[in-house]
Design a protein around this ligand. Structure first.
Ligand SMILES: NC(=O)c1ccc[n+]([C@@H]2O[C@H](COP(=O)([O-])OP(=O)(O)OC[C@H]3O[C@@H](n4cnc5c(N)ncnc54)[C@H](OP(=O)(O)O)[C@@H]3O)[C@@H](O)[C@H]2O)c1
Length: 231
């Protein structure tokens, strides 16, 4: 059964927004698993955060890697309160929808949309052992359909639209869980670039709120800065 210790797993937590989400969750008392595909970077990130952080090797684009990580985690903890599906990519040359290649499309969808779904499938049994399980899918306003596209990174945007579909479906399938998509805003990271207006701390804030403090009955939504935004 669920214990008092709150446990979170964050993918892509070796740098950027994921690292900051992991760091903020540990400062809220969580034990956090640093999901990373690069062992050296993942271990270094865990060390930097401190004793409450533990590296867990996960490449979200490979189902076997995800399944191995789920097995490994189930050997060391008896439940998982929060899964933050943060890992994401924009592939080189993703700048024109009519020039998108199958390789670019498949790699992006595999990492940004299929990965979070495979993560939810694999970790759902451990999450179900928590008293108030949560899945936070880190999406992007670039995936919103309501106001039309502007042509920026089209494959990435489509993958975030698909991720939002994954969120909606998981929320319906997992009524005991809170499952939401969240946009961190435009954040200064390797992905966001140095000209972005938000710090990683500002980008992480809404994600951490959904992971740790939002009402459990808030589910199946897309949010930014703690507010529901259109799909
Ligand atoms: N920055 C922004 O302005 C912004 C805006 C909206 C949404 N987001 C979203 O926020 C999330 C984090 O972005 P960020 O800005 O922090 O980007 P980032 O600095 O580029 O970090 C991305 C993280 O994802 C990891 N990753 C990529 N592919 C992976 C895979 N197959 N398996 C495991 N980890 C993988 C990376 O690991 P490696 O170090 O091994 O590559 C890295 O840890 C993403 O989902 C992104 O789409 C960002």
């Amino acid at each position: 059964m669920a214990t008092a210790e709150r446990i979170a797993l964050v993918t892509g937590a070796n740098k950027g927004i994921g690292f900051e989400v992991a760091r903020q969750l540990t400062s809220k008392g969580f034990r956090v698993f640093i999901g990373a595909r690069d062992e050296k970077a993942g271990r270094a990130a865990a060390k930097k955060i401190g004793a409450a952080a533990t590296f867990l090797k996960i490449d979200v684009s490979h189902q076997r890697s995800i399944q191995e990580a789920a097995k490994k985690l189930a050997r060391v903890v008896d439940h998982l309160d929060v899964l933050v599906n943060n890992a994401g990519i924009i592939v080189d040359g993703d700048d024109a929808i009519l020039k998108a290649t199958p390789g670019q499309f498949e790699e992006t969808m595999r990492t940004n949309a299929l990965g979070p779904l495979m993560m939810a499938e694999a970790f759902q049994p451990l999450l179900a052992k928590a008293s108030a399980p949560r899945i936070v899918n880190v999406s992007s306003s670039g995936g919103q359909l309501h106001d039309g596209a502007d042509g920026w990174s089209p494959i990435y945007c489509i993958s975030k639209t698909a991720l939002n579909g994954v969120t909606s479906q998981l929320a319906a399938a997992l009524p005991k869980f809170a499952v939401n998509s969240v946009c961190p805003g435009w954040v200064r990271t390797d992905m966001g670039g140095s000209g972005a207006p938000r710090s990683v701390a500002q980008g992480a804030e809404g994600i951490v709120w959904l992971a740790a403090d939002a009402p459990q009955n808030l589910t199946g939504k897309f949010l930014q800065d703690r507010k529901i935004i259109p799909w």
